[in-house]
Design a protein around this ligand. Structure first.
Ligand code: NAI
Ligand SMILES: C[N+](C)(C)CC(=O)CC(=O)[O-]
Length: 471
């Protein structure tokens, strides 16, 4: 698949990174001589963060090229226009895109504010696909206009969550909402009620945390107590009449206001560069997304579904099966600046789960009331591993019987060297009685097949070692 990115600034760079890291070839057109450097900086941030959200490896990266608009559009499956927010520039660029792109290509604009009817007023074909910064991490894309069949699925295939905006309006759904919040914030600063830092504190210490997982309406439904939304509306509805907000009043946009906001923002965050702030933002987003993935909630559900569509490593019994292939997230790093010991256990446990799936002890099997319980683990930490490293785990069956499963996981660094091992012993159990019981025949047979295939292989160094044993 090929994406053409027209305009490679903050947003175009984010789109380029999202497509590239999902295996698409990407061609960027941008007259700025600095465009390549800027895109590569965005890409570095994306490479550090997007793979860390997933517990499976993303596809091999596509190729990135920089060229003229016409060359970028040739053969493209998706053309994303992200030039400055000026209608005259967008019209000129969209005319050229329409002339150069195949009829089958989806042509979309990142515009935050313009309606599709404004973009297409001169006859160009185009929909709005409005993303959120950082485009490589945030799943939401607002789709507006005459959306071609298959466009939403193309977005899903690279991990986005398309939201179809049924009626075109200025600024779509999210920016209309954000604009109201932004306007109130400007008033609060202008009127000397709060500083930029105090406003940010009010968001991140309270309702900002709620919004990431439940949004506005579900949160307020809960706030209504047992009587739910009706009670909430009855209790707080009258407040809508009170003069709490200045929503319809726009603060006068003066140099003085700009200096006031910019000055406070410098005092709040000026000690950090924009790249440092981006890294902080991305690390925190990775942590939040990973935790939402555990509960399959909100954006975490989108990532879980996308992850399930990524190919699993091989299951051939002849070679050692690869049971994990992933990138180490920043959140696994500790005060020593390397992957924390606890996460080796997490990685090994995930490898065991994957091996269970390979022999048929999968989610459906567990739902039937049969599973494995771990009774013993032994980890050897042989070399350091770091955030951003790709790690692969191979699994050797040391013993596989109707009730017993004895595995040896080797955790390999990007150079293919064994950086850690985990030996693990499990008993097959009946989840009803919570006692050991024989595995279902097909699972026992699949395990035995792996056991026989691995029996002729050398016994792994370190298998059977006890803690403190001298090598
Ligand atoms: N910055 C944000 O937070 C968001 C912006 N958007 C939308 O994305 C679009 C782009 O915004 P940003 O990336 O923030 O702007 P930006 O200023 O960072 O990037 C615009 C890029 O377009 C390039 N450009 C200018 N004329 C061009 C042409 N004729 N052909 C190709 N490239 C050209 C510029 O050199 C620049 O690199 C806008 O429509 C904006 O509304 C959407 C979501 C969020
Ligand atoms: C400021 N903005 C209107 C360009 C912001 C957006 O469009 C979305 C975002 O990322 O907040």
């Amino acid at each position: 698949m090929k994406a053409a990115i027209i305009g490679g600034g903050v947003i175009g760079g984010g789109w380029a990174a999202r497509f590239l890291l999902n295996g698409w070839d990407v061609a960027v057109a941008d007259p700025d001589p600095e465009a390549e450097r800027k895109i590569n900086e965005v890409l570095a941030g994306a490479r550090r963060s997007l793979p860390a959200v997933y517990d499976r490896a993303l596809p091999a990266e596509g190729t990135l090229s920089f060229c003229a608009l016409e060359d970028a559009c040739a053969g493209a499956d998706w053309v994303q226009e992200s030039v400055p927010e000026r209608l005259d520039i967008k019209h000129t660029v969209l005319d050229r895109v329409n002339a150069a792109a195949p009829d089958s290509a989806v042509i979309a604009s990142s515009t935050s504010g313009f309606k599709p009817s404004e973009l297409t007023a001169q006859g160009a074909r185009c929909i709005v696909a409005h993303p959120f910064n950082p485009v490589y991490l945030l799943p939401l894309i607002e789709l507006v206009g005459d959306v071609p069949a298959g466009a939403a699925d193309m977005l899903r295939s690279v991990g986005f969550s398309p939201l179809h905006v049924r009626k075109e309006i200025d600024a779509h759904i999210a920016d209309r909402f954000l604009e109201a919040v932004w306007r109130e914030a400007l008033w609060l600063v202008k009127d000397g009620i709060a500083t930029t830092e105090e406003i940010d504190e009010a968001i991140r210490m309270g309702f900002g945390l709620r919004w990431a997982q439940m949004g506005l309406f579900e949160t307020y439904r809960v706030a209504g107590g047992e009587a739910g939304m009706k009670h909430f509306m009855a209790q707080f509805g009258p407040a809508l009449q009170w003069p709490w907000t200045k929503l319809m009043d726009v603060p006068e946009f003066t140099d003085e206001l700009v200096d006031l906001i910019a000055g406070q923002s410098d005092a709040q965050s000026g000690h950090l560069s924009i790249r440092e702030l981006e890294r902080l933002r991305d690390d925190n987003l990775v942590g939040i997304l990973r935790s939402l993935k555990r509960t399959n909630a909100a954006a975490g559900g989108v990532i879980a579904a996308h992850e399930a569509s990524l190919p699993q490593p091989s299951a051939s019994p002849e070679a050692l099966p690869i049971t994990q292939d992933r990138v180490i997230p920043q959140t696994w790093t500790d005060y020593n600046g390397h992957m924390n010991e606890a996460h080796y256990l997490e990685l090994g446990a995930a490898a065991t789960d994957r091996f269970m799936e390979m022999i048929g002890a999968d989610a459906a099997y567990i739902a039937e009331g049969l599973s494995y319980f771990t009774t013993e683990n032994h980890l050897q930490y042989l070399d350091e591993m770091h955030a951003g490293d790709r790690v692969r785990v191979s699994t050797q069956v040391l013993e596989g019987g109707p009730k017993k499963m004895h595995l040896f996981h080797r955790m390999m660094n990007p150079a293919g060297e064994v950086a850690a091992t985990m030996e693990t012993f499990l008993l097959h159990v009946d989840l009803g009685t919570r006692r050991s019981a024989p595995a279902r025949a097909d699972v026992a047979e699949a395990l035995a097949a792996f056991g026989q295939a691995h029996a002729g292989m050398p016994r792994p160094e370190g298998a059977g070692r006890y803690v403190g044993q001298r090598g």
